[in-house]
Design a protein around this ligand. Structure first.
Ligand code: ATP
Length: 497
């Protein structure tokens, strides 16, 4: 019945209009409104078609289908799991013989810029499918039913393209699936529910023996937000975690993005992989690109390690700015940064690699730390020392000026995040608690308890190093930066004095 709804409407509406006209009812206003309504609906729908089509068109061409798993750095486990899942599509006869239910959806979950889109493209190549991509936000419209219409168009487009290209399958990639696939708790817009329902209906309509076969790959940074109907068996029942790369992965990604660039022979990519702890693939790509731009700026024919280090700072903190600061401000910033640097050396000797007074992004100065080992477990002493390093700047300002400035805002944010980790891991005086049971007052009390105690400790430790501040301040203001080795020599010399 639904299938023929349009035909029935086309037949019925003119008859109704003629009837109303004959019995003397003026149908012109109704007709006028109906035309405007239809125009609005079809423009919106058409826009959907266009976006879905153009994104699909741009990305589903042969060039994109030639993107392979070898061009993706790291992510070995994700690649392996994905290939295993895709074999369901590739080994059709075996699957049919064993009566295995066809795989319909794969969910890639992980932080932004880790290569989820690349994995979907490589999946299309591996399965010799056409690739059609869309983003969850493309299905969001004010008008009820438009998003659902766009989902239908997307599936239709994938089937048409596969047929045209003579392929037996199509990969549909939907990025930001949480936009349309969020939990249906009644709180959100009805339009979202309809769009999600349509997606579920389309997925249910995928059959093993249909040609072309459709495989849906979706990506999200927020898997916990997804509706359980999407995740149940028969829908997105393969979940693959795509995490930030470890050192080996970072090295691989850096090498991939260096392969089309002239690199200085002296560059030790291992060191760059060390320095880029917790960077995503997208950030690593940006480091290589920014380094090439720095090389071009100074007419260097090759990219040196110095360019790469500058690029890391830029990706982390933003471009250097020409912000003019007063002498008083510079002195305060210098003392603030020395506070961080001294605490870092006291907590983790040998960890400072540079103290700088160069304005960058939103900051007026910064301390660069030596690369950390990839670490996944943190102890209470480690987390406390991290907080003390973060509080070192504000503590130093209090020591020398008796007050603090807005320069510590980011440090406090960092310290509060660590407090949150401590509470949620049961590492505070509250013991093991469910954070959902914590009232704002309880959060405030426990944060104050931890931060006051650690601030007092930090101040005591820094007070013992007053000499170091006084002796290194002028050097930092004059030179604008002190490297790790020189800073450690100063610390040794003056803390003994
Ligand atoms: P988002 O969640 O924000 O959509 P994503 O996980 O889909 O991000 P991609 O779009 O796949 O990330 O990656 C963005 C860019 O980062 C890629 O075009 C590529 O240049 C680089 N990149 C990310 N991960 C990798 C990787 N593992 N290997 C090589 N390059 C990578």
């Amino acid at each position: 019945m639904r299938k023929y709804a349009l035909e029935i409407a086309i037949g019925f509406v003119p008859v109704l209009l003629v009837f109303l006209f004959v019995i003397g009812i003026n149908v012109l206003p109704v007709l006028f409104l109906a035309v405007i309504g239809a125009a609005v609906f079809y423009t919106a729908r058409g826009k959907g078609k266009l976006t879905a089509f153009s994104s699909g068109k741009n990305r589903s061409e042969v060039a994109d289908s030639s993107f392979t798993f070898d061009q993706i750095g790291g992510q070995e486990r994700a690649k392996q799991e994905l290939v295993e899942a895709l074999d369901f599509l590739v080994k059709r006869d075996q699957i049919a013989k064993l009566g295995i239910r066809p795989l319909k959806g794969i969910l890639l979950a992980g932080p932004p810029g880790t290569g989820k889109t690349l994995l979907a493209k490589a999946a299309a190549q591996y399965t010799d499918s056409v690739y059609v991509a869309a983003s969850g936000s493309e299905f969001v419209e004010m008008y009820v039913g438009v998003g659902a219409g766009r989902i239908r168009d997307l599936f239709k487009e994938a089937r048409t393209k596969a047929k045209k290209a003579g392929k037996e399958s199509a990969v549909i990639f939907i990025d930001e699936i949480e936009v349309i696939g969020g939990k249906r708790d009644g709180g959100q817009h009805r339009e979202y529910d309809q769009t999600l329902n349509q997606l579920l209906t389309e997925m249910d309509g995928i059959h093993a023996n249909e040609s072309p076969r459709i495989l849906l790959i979706a990506a999200t940074n927020r898997k916990e937000m997804l509706d359980s109907a999407l995740l149940r068996p028969g829908r997105f029942d393969r979940h693959i975690g795509v995490e930030l790369p470890d050192k080996k992965g970072r090295l691989h990604i850096l090498n991939i993005h260096a392969s089309n660039k002239p690199m200085d022979d002296e560059v030790k990519m291992e060191r760059i992989a060390d320095q880029t702890y917790s960077f995503s693939g997208a950030q690593l790509e940006s480091v290589m690109n920014e380094a090439a731009i720095y090389a071009m700026r100074v007419n260097d024919p090759v990219i040196t390690e110095q360019h790469l280090i500058m690029a890391i700072d830029k990706v982390l903190l933003g471009e250097t700015t020409d912000r003019e600061t007063s002498i008083e401000e510079r002195e305060r910033v210098a003392l603030h940064e020395l506070g961080h640097a001294i605490m870092a050396e006291l907590m983790r000797p040998g960890s400072v690699s540079q103290v700088a007074l160069t304005p960058r992004g939103g900051t007026l100065g910064y301390v660069r730390h030596q690369p950390q080992q990839d670490q996944y477990l943190y102890t209470t002493p480690f987390l406390h020392s991290q907080i003390m390093i973060a509080l070192g700047g504000a503590a130093a300002e209090e020591m020398f000026y008796g007050d603090r400035s807005t320069g510590s805002r980011g440090d406090f944010e960092q310290a509060m995040n660590i407090v949150k980790t401590l509470v949620e891991s049961g590492l505070t005086s509250l013991g093991i608690v469910d954070s959902s049971m914590m009232t704002p007052q309880k959060w405030a009390d426990i944060s104050r308890e931890i931060l006051d105690e650690l601030m007092a400790k930090t101040k005591n430790l820094l007070e013992e190093q007053r000499n170091v501040f006084q002796s290194s301040l002028q050097t930092l203001i004059k030179e604008e930066s002190i490297d790790g080795e020189s800073f450690r020599s100063m610390l040794k010399l003056y803390s003994a004095a």
